[in-house]
Write a protein that binds this ligand. Sequence first.
Ligand code: PGA
Length: 253
Amino acid sequence: MRKKIVAGNWKMYKDKSETIELISQLKEKLSSYTPEVEIIICPPYTSIELAGELIKNSKIFLGAQNMHSEIEGAFTGEVSGKMLKSFGVEYVILGHSERRSYFKETDEFINQKIKRAIEFDIKPIFCLGETLEERENGKTFDVVENQLTKGLSGISRIDLEKVVVAYEPVWAIGTGKTATPEQAQEVQSFLRTKISELYDSEIASKVRILYGGSVKPENAKDLFKQPDIDGGLIGGACLKADSFYQIILAAQF
Ligand code: PGA
């Protein structure tokens, strides 16, 4: 049985005082009842250290939203896995569609980052998904297969155990337009089959595959009930403690 994950991607939201406010509200909710769900928050870099201190001795794990593939060097504005690790970061979102589109990240670069994260014992949350145009042209499965294969290129079976995959259809991110549970399940079951072909069925049955894209308290349960949806990567709805907590509760059944 795969343990469900609910990860919050804060994106470029929350300054210092807002970080304190959101985490204390979330901790308060979790103190009355914490379900058996892996809870991850991914604040911006500026709040990583503070968030790490605030969630100490809680059941919340610390994640980052990106990292560079190099360990160190002349890369102005970038942050490495080595740096993240030194602040206790345990997960990192890689290949998010906003990184792919606004910052022109390629599958090859994402693959290098995934390998580097694993090297530093940080678990990658590896995002992939098709655009609306690709879906309408019937290319969804080709696109996600290509992203999956390139992203996991050269990653051993043993290292794959550390990877979390997140299917995030681009047309559903931040648009309020969620994939139906059936649409998400269809792609996620396809991804699991592909993982099984690339590796084997035993490891494929262990890999957690999250859904992301306008997950809200109202739709989370139906999505998470699907056999190949092992939780969610949450954007907008993780910025308020109440809605994030409701989604965490929806992951438990
Ligand atoms: P959203 O973002 O929940 O706001 O659609 C999801 C994501 O970008 O990971």
